[in-house]
Ligand binder design. Sequence first.
Ligand SMILES: CCC/C=C/C(=O)SCCNC(=O)CCNC(=O)[C@H](O)C(C)(C)COP(=O)([O-])OP(=O)([O-])OC[C@H]1O[C@@H](n2cnc3c(N)ncnc32)[C@H](O)[C@@H]1OP(=O)([O-])[O-]
Ligand SMILES: NC(=O)C1=CN([C@@H]2O[C@H](COP(=O)(O)OP(=O)(O)OC[C@H]3O[C@@H](n4cnc5c(N)ncnc54)[C@H](OP(=O)(O)O)[C@@H]3O)[C@@H](O)[C@H]2O)C=CC1
Length: 294
Amino acid sequence: MSGLPVPPPLGTAMLPAGTFAGQVVAVTGGGTGLGKAIAVEFARLGAAVAVLSRKPEHHAKGVAAIEVVGAKAGAFAVDVRDPEAIAVAFDEVEAALGPVDVLVNNAAGNFPQPAEDISPRGWRAVTDIVLDGTFFASTEFARRARAGGRPGAVLNIAATYAWTGGPGTAHSAAAKAGVVNLTQSLAVEWAPDGIRVNGLAPGLFPHEDVPPQMRADTPEGLASLARTVPAGRVGSPHELGWAATFLCSPYAAYLTGHTLVLDGGNWLRRGLRMPDFLPVREQFPPPPDAKDRS
Ligand SMILES: CCC/C=C/C(=O)SCCNC(=O)CCNC(=O)[C@H](O)C(C)(C)COP(=O)([O-])OP(=O)([O-])OC[C@H]1O[C@@H](n2cnc3c(N)ncnc32)[C@H](O)[C@@H]1OP(=O)([O-])[O-]
Ligand SMILES: NC(=O)C1=CN([C@@H]2O[C@H](COP(=O)(O)OP(=O)(O)OC[C@H]3O[C@@H](n4cnc5c(N)ncnc54)[C@H](OP(=O)(O)O)[C@@H]3O)[C@@H](O)[C@H]2O)C=CC1
């Protein structure tokens, strides 16, 4: 046995062509990595896609990837920690592409570090982007959808350590746990308005845009990462795009408040007998140029 089957290749359709025709999809952090892969799958299905993030170089990458599949794209500068900037960005998206029908809260910040070494500013940076940013963007979206009498869908990108916690991820895991919980509260509040709110928790999806300590750059590194997953492989970003588009599509019209895990069984592999325990400081030793906070 060599694990779970590989998925059909990038570009294979899962939903009918035109599933999102005439719709506007906003993806925070849609210019890099998994956000870009998700943006492209919506674009393939006919959506006009808005990339919302801070950096012009990421805007350019996202827009190029969306336009390659023949869709309309726009990029809008915003730091999701700033609710006023989010309102301005939504105004700009409406003026350029039309009102937003689907919001994907994908933007995140993360750096693995032992909890007591995370500075207050580092803690706030990660939790503000992940949890506060998701709340600010979602509520801005819902206020506008409700005012316009439009239904809609929100998708929050989580992580499986939202349920387990884990070494080196105190800030990110706590924030993602908040996101999973928020998904449930908002789903109940907004169902009467026709707005669905779901989550998607990726497992290991290495790609070129994450920081070096989070990716596998060599074939050996990738193979070694794949051996840690019950599926026998890591995820392909376009698989995540398929799951994202399904969750926001009319085919999931009765699905709300749910966070789907897409991780090849990885978070369930815990056994009674685990590999030798490695303390967090051995897993994530400080980089040579790290600040001394002692
Ligand atoms: C299984 C994998 C799961 C993956 C999940 C993901 O989310 S992958 C997604 C991964 N993608 C990304 O993360 C992409 C986006 N990431 C980012 O924009 C930054 O990493 C950010 C999250 C820090 C926010 O940036 P910003 O402009 O708001 O922040 P700033 O520069 O002003 O710093 C604020 C504080 O944080 C501190 N600090 C920063 N880095 C480190 C570090 N390596 N080490 C220690 N500390 C660090 C910095 O020193 C400062 O504290 P200080 O010294 O003043 O007390
Ligand atoms: N890669 C993986 O294996 C896993 C990823 N995830 C989750 O998937 C999602 C995508 O991660 P991934 O693609 O890997 O990471 P990336 O680092 O590639 O993407 C993060 C994106 O967030 C944007 N962003 C960061 N801070 C802000 C901010 N303050 N305001 C607006 N945008 C911001 C960045 O754009 P810019 O710099 O232009 O602002 C960037 O495009 C995240 O939610 C992450 O937590 C979960 C589990 C595993």
